[in-house]
Structures are given as structure tokens and as C-alpha cells.
Design a protein around this ligand. Sequence first.
Ligand code: IMP
Ligand code: MG
Length: 174
Amino acid sequence: MNRIEKRLVFSAQDIAGQVHRLARQISTDYRGQDLVLVGVLKGAFIFLADLIRQLTIPSQVDFVRLASYGTGTTSSGKVKITADIKLEVRDRHVLIVEDIVDSGLTTAFLREHLLARKPHSLKICTLLDKKERRSIAIQLDYVGLQLDEGFLVGYGLDHNEAHRNLPEIYELIQ
Ligand code: IMP
Ligand code: MG
């Protein structure tokens, strides 16, 4: 039988430190303005919840639900929106909040989708960046933690819907 094991990659303390740093930087960069955070469900729900509680600027939240991976661990390359934002973002400052950017296809697609709504500005914040795996060039404005490879679970990230509840981030080892 194929038992899946997991190895600790980032502790709750590592994560909290990055969330704190990002929140401080975002609060500074948008000082005097207000911000719409667009979280990408489901993976970003915990990160967004922690991040927004540390922002010192007025902010609003909305979510999109995107499907790109199905049940596997590699990108299908196809992205579709299964639930869209409801807030009006025209002329607003918008920040996409992602759990992880891997190939970049999901984020690039969402960026184009939101740009069509004519926001005043649009930036991207991701907790995790798998930079080496990028298949499309995309500028990430705020990055928490970087790694080269591996499939991660915990702190919102799942494998077949499992492990989202873990307070730490682990790499799955097959
Ligand atoms: P991309 O389109 O390849 O950049 O993939 C983006 C989406 O795939 C993320 O928002 C995650 O939902 C999922 N994903 C990519 N890598 C991982 C991982 O290591 N663990 C869990 N989900 C992942
Ligand atoms: Mg996801």
C-alpha cells in the first residue's frame, strides 16, 4: 500500500512572522487609502483571515473560487471561475490574496479577469511562492515564503481536501 507521509516545512511561528511582515508592508504601502482583498478559495481562507486582522488600513473582503487542479498535484493548465466576486472594484485598490503560486496560471488568469473590471490598482500577495515551477511570467508584489519544489499541505492548503486545518505547513512525501 502507498502510505503518504509528511514532513514539517514551515512552523506556525515561521508563518506568523511572515504574515506580520506582509501586513506591516501592505499597511504602509496603502496608507491613507482603502483596499479590497480578493481571497482565492479555498486555500487562502486561513492566510487571508490572519492577514486582514493585522492590517491597519480600512479594508473590505471578497472571494473568488477557481478550479485548476482537480484532485491531482499538478496543474491541468486550465482555469475556470466557479464563484466570482460580488463587490464593485472599479476604481478601487485591489489585492489578490493567494495561498500559493506554482505554475502561475491560476493567478495570471485571475489577474486578467479582475483587470477587466478596471480597478484603480491591482497587486498580488501570496503566502507561498514556488518560483522554480513558473510556466508563465507573473509579478508577485508581496511574497511570504519561497520554496523550490514539493507539494505542501496545511494552513489552508489541501491534498484532496485533507489537511487544511493543520496550523503548520508540511510537504507530502509519497
Ligand atoms: P498554479 O496555477 O499552478 O500556480 O496553481 C495554483 C493553485 O494550485 C493554488 O492556488 C493551489 O490551490 C494549488 N496548489 C499549487 N501548489 C500546491 C501545493 O503545493 N499544495 C496545495 N495546493 C497547491
Ligand atoms: Mg487553491
